[in-house]
Design a protein around this ligand. Structure first.
Ligand SMILES: [Zn+2]
Length: 427
């Protein structure tokens, strides 16, 4: 049965998101929400692009509701999302009751950061269907040049008008399709981690996706044509995906190996200045790689697995340490290594894990099949939406993506298909 946004919010325990709404009257709904619940004075954080896209509707609705409005407007150039910028927004919000972000990833993160600093609510007016982070309880801002994900208070409410979102560049919505569909691989990773490493798993969080994947696959060509109905389907799906993470209390339902591949490219970009693409665009290409690994795992004959030989073939800890130092340099390698060491298994335990997979392969694989989609199906949807489906099509170095395929699993303490495939000698 379809989960509505209102049902989803009801089902989340102890979380502060009070409303999520997608519709062409989103600005009026936002203004009414702020009036009724949050106070009289608000800071609107925007840049020139988002102001051109949704500023008219939002400011007209807020003015009609007799809001006192203070502005913090950045230029048209892409913002460097730093914590300093978030503190600047907090300074501008000293005398208001609520911070309203008019934008997507970065501007919303700045508002959530400032709200958390000041213990004031933030409300988001989304201008792009590019990712599922609107409802999240983390910000991704740079501190001393390196992007850090930091816990924050989630926004009090998120509103999105598909007619405003339709004015964003087409590749942003294509990135949103890909970020949403990454669930087909990430949820499979989560199920495998539950089975093989006894990690917490929440069927309730996964229920938010019921029927939603099919609707996004159907909507993808319409997203590619910038149709507002299709964008509304996508926005709702992205918000449900974000709420599923809040419900799970972790990003696991929507962030697995494919996200590690994207984070690897982002970290390289932050450290060495190499280009990176939109989060969802990178995640989409990562998803196709990870679904390809799952395809092979689903097709393999577990009777042929030799746990002793596979365990013996795993890279030595000294080799892994060398790769990590080569990738990240002395300043960052230490941090990466400590993430890896949290999930690295000693040889005997590794052998045990491979044997456990072999013995229970059908159980794991039947569970994974509930989320898995063939890579060709997901590629068709991303392509129909106008997004990239190969590393060469990304605005990021293809050779770094190939490196990520081998080494991204070391950057985070999360068991994913990148680990499982390596253990099974695939890839
Ligand atoms: Zn994502």
């Amino acid at each position: 049965m379809k989960t509505t946004l209102a049902d989803a919010i009801q089902q989340i325990d102890r979380q502060p998101i009070q409303a999520c709404y997608v519709g062409t009257d989103a600005a009026e709904r936002l203004a009414a929400f702020v009036s009724d619940r949050l106070g009289a004075a608000c800071l609107v954080v925007a840049d020139e692009n988002t102001l051109a896209a949704g500023g008219d509707r939002l400011l007209r609705a807020l003015s009609a509701a007799h809001r006192k409005i203070v502005h913090k407007t950045y230029g048209a150039e892409p913002l460097d999302a730093t914590e300093d910028l978030g503190n600047e927004v907090a300074a501008a919000a000293q005398d208001v009751d609520v911070i309203v972000a008019l934008g997507s990833g970065t501007l919303c993160d700045l508002a959530k950061h400032a709200g958390t600093q000041l213990d004031k609510p933030s409300v988001l007016y989304a201008t792009a269907a590019s990712m599922n982070g609107y409802t999240s309880g983390i910000t991704a801002l740079k501190v001393r040049g390196l992007k850090r994900t930091t816990p924050c208070d989630p926004a009090a409410a998120v509103f999105a008008d598909p007619e405003v979102v339709a004015t964003a560049p087409r590749r942003m919505a294509a990135a949103g399709v890909a970020d949403f569909l990454s669930k087909c691989s990430s949820a499979s990773d989560w199920r495998a981690a539950h089975y093989l490493r006894d990690e917490y798993y929440s069927p309730k969080a996964m229920a938010f996706y019921e029927g939603t994947v099919e609707r996004v696959l159907d909507a993808a060509p319409g997203v590619g044509r910038t149709e507002t109905d299709a964008l509304a389907v996508l926005l709702e799906a992205l918000l449900l995906s974000g709420l599923s993470m809040l419900s799970a209390g972790s990003s696991s339902p929507a962030s697995g190996g494919e996200h590690l591949l994207s984070h690897y490219l982002d970290m390289k970009s932050a450290l060495y200045g190499t280009p990176h693409d939109l989060h969802g665009a990178q995640v989409g290409v990562g998803t196709l790689h990870c679904l390809g690994l799952w395809e092979r795992i689903l097709a393999m004959d577990p009777a042929l697995l030799d746990a002793d030989a596979l365990a013996a073939a795993q890279p030595q800890e000294s080799a892994i340490r060398e790769w990590i130092e080569e990738d990240w340099g002395p300043a960052v390698a230490h941090e990466v290594l400590s993430q890896w060491q949290l999930k690295a298994l000693p040889p005997e335990a590794l052998r045990g894990e491979i044997a456990r997979f072999a013995a229970g392969a059908d159980t794991v694989r039947n569970s994974v099949r509930q989320d898995y989609l063939p890579p060709a199906t997901v590629a068709d949807a991303i392509r129909a939406a106008g997004g990239p489906v190969s590393p060469e099509e990304l605005n990021a170095p293809a050779d770094e993506f190939q490196k990520a395929v081998k080494r991204a699993r070391f950057i985070r303490n999360r068991f994913t298909v990148l680990d499982l495939a390596a253990e099974l000698g695939i890839g």
